[in-house]
Design a protein around this ligand. Structure first.
Ligand code: NAD
Length: 541
């Protein structure tokens, strides 16, 4: 067979389409939306490349219109999970041996399918399933997923290029083996791109996968599977299962062949999964890799020299896009007293100008939150703020779940820097602001550092360079992604690798080679050319 040191296409970020009135992409996405809205789909499990229906189903509906059913999905039983594991292990025999360029070809093709024929579909599915505006769907389901696939191919080859020195007498080679066994991807509702990337990047490195998407994202996960199939992911390499997360996870983690967890979701669940792995540690054939990107309580701190209009915009964009359901969304802000009146006026005016409703109406900036559980939780914190003497709602504060799970973007101002909504992840369109004495910047930075258990994203706004330096230093361990004079959201694959530490995760930086390294187990091969024939070293005389 012909060989070569192949170069892969230079990865570039997928340009974000505008969806401006009159643009062809706007027409295409609205047509796809209408079509999907009016057709009920039935989503099977995918095991060994086959559609598996189980007879036990649940319905799927859109968060912005919860009575409108868009389809059903099938629930796995324990035997299906066992079958998915067995089938993955069987597929591993050939998949792990396939030359890397064949794997690269599959995932590069997947990227192009999403960029082209599947773009409108995957965006429309994300608008329906997760209630994203078309812009939020485009930057997630289309662009970020395309970027993950393209850049990871490049990072994979960068990793393979990392080789040790060799001397004249020996040749040293590092072989990047897939993990022995099978891996498990557990993905959140909020990013179609994360849902696609977690199983795909492990498979790209030669691993086989059992993937459990979030119940609230299955409608768009189906399009991902359609793309993977059309791109040529072989049977058994990525198996998709839905159903009781505890049963699925227990079955996966009871297997001695379980070799890695790639998780994104909430902190509590990740810690529970880690505990299960620890509990089973004596049963595994290899130490499982554990990667988890979890919750956040992301901050904005403004210095007294910041531009107040920029601060206000960082707050409104950073806190409310996609209803604050980005793990990176700003949810606590510290504003100096000298800027407060201007910031307050602007934030209130901005929030009042937001239109809220279905994502099908492209004038809407805000749509619904993901499900009733989230709605009820947010409503209870808003009610709390209405009653608490140390909190005041300056804009928003209403909610209505009669048709969809709509929560008005809400700004709470508190006189208590440790007020509950300054510390707890709410994961919705609610931000809490603490106005600090403009001369107490250093003390406030320390407050930012010790207020929350999380360390995902954060931003400082200032024109004074000493103030920027002080924040950069004091907040060193407070955010895995730190922004200067920007909002704390919007990380781009290949530009700002993403992830946090402390309770926010293992910080393995999705969208970088650092993450892919977790899915290989290097084998060092030393080949000696003239093999010794006498055990005696010269010093022995
Ligand atoms: P979630 O924790 O509710 O669910 C995540 C996944 O875990 C889903 O697939 C869910 O079905 C599964 N799961 C739930 N309970 C389980 C259990 N007991 N055993 C096994 N699996 C279980 O999170 P979510 O609501 O889908 O997503 C929002 C959360 O994700 C937020 O906390 C957010 O901060 C976090 N998040 C973090 C990042 C990051 O990069 N740090 C990115 C996106 C989301």
């Amino acid at each position: 067979m012909g060989k070569g040191f192949f170069n892969v296409p230079v990865a570039i970020n997928e340009p974000v389409k505008s969806y401006a009135p009159g643009s062809p992409e706007r027409e295409a996405v609205l047509a796809a939306y209408k079509d999907m809205w009016n057709t009920k789909i039935d989503v099977p499990l995918y095991i060994n490349g086959k559609d598996v229906t189980t007879g036990s189903t649940k319905t799927m509906s859109a968060p912005h219109d919860h009575q409108h059913v868009v389809g059903t999905y099938h629930l796995a039983e324990k035997s299906h999970i066992e079958e998915a594991i067995a089938t993955a292990l069987e597929a591993r025999k050939t998949w792990s041996q396939l030359p890397w360029e064949q794997r690269a070809g599959i995932f590069l093709k997947a990227a192009e399918l999403i960029a082209g024929p599947y773009r409108a579909k995957i965006n429309a599915a994300t608008m329906i399933a997760q209630s994203k505006t078309v812009h939020q769907a485009e930057i997630d389901a289309a662009c970020e997923l395309i970027d993950f696939l393209r850049f990871n191919v490049q990072f994979m080859t960068d990793i393979y290029h990392e080789q040790p020195e060799s001397t004249s007498g020996a040749w040293n080679r590092l072989e990047y083996r897939p993990l022995e066994g099978f891996t498990y991807a557990v993905t959140p509702f909020n990013f179609t791109a994360i849902a696609g990337n977690l199983p795909a990047c492990m498979a790209m490195m030669g691993n086989v996968v059992v993937w459990k998407p979030s119940d609230s994202q299955i409608f768009s996960a189906k399009i991902i599977m359609d793309v993977f199939r059309e791109a040529g992911v072989p049977d058994g390499v990525i198996n998709v299962v839905f159903g009781d997360p505890v049963m699925i996870t227990d079955t996966v983690m009871d297997s001695p062949d379980f070799s890695g967890l790639h998780f994104t979701g909430s902190t509590f669940i990740f810690k529970e999964l880690w505990k299960k792995i620890g509990h089973n540690i004596h049963n595994y054939k290899t130490y499982p890799r554990i990667v988890g990107e979890t919750g956040g309580k992301d901050f904005i701190i403004a210095h007294k020299t910041a531009n107040p209009i920029q601060v206000a915009t960082a707050i409104t964009r950073g806190a409310f896009e996609f209803q604050g359901q980005k793990c990176s969304a700003a949810s606590r802000a510290y504003v100096p007293s000298n800027l407060w009146n201007t910031v307050k006026e602007r934030v209130i005016a901005d929030v009042k100008s937001f239109k809220m409703g279905s994502p099908e109406d492209l004038n809407n900036f805000i749509t619904a939150v993901i499900h009733e559980g989230s709605f009820d939780k947010l409503a209870s914190y808003i009610d709390g703020a209405k009653n608490d003497s140390d909190a005041e709602i300056i804009v928003g504060g209403n909610y209505d779940k009669s048709k969809g799970y709509f929560i008005e973007p809400t700004v709470i101002v508190t006189s208590n820097p440790k007020y509950t909504t300054m510390c707890t992840e709410l994961f919705g369109p609610v931000i809490t602001i603490y106005v600090y004495d403009e001369d107490k910047y250093s003390e406030t930075l320390k407050l930012v550092d010790d207020t929350s258990e999380y360390a995902l994203t954060g931003a400082v706004l200032a024109t004074d360079r000493y103030a920027i330096q002080e924040a950069t230093k004091t907040l060193q361990n407070c955010a895995g992604n730190f922004y200067i004079n920007d909002k704390p959201t919007g990380a781009v694959v290949g530009q700002q690798p993403f992830g946090g530490a402390r309770a926010s995760g293992t910080n393995d930086k999705a969208g970088s080679a650092l993450n892919l390294l977790r899915w290989v187990s290097p084998r060092m091969i030393k080949e000696t050319f003239v093999t010794p024939t006498d055990y005696r070293y010269p010093f022995l005389g």
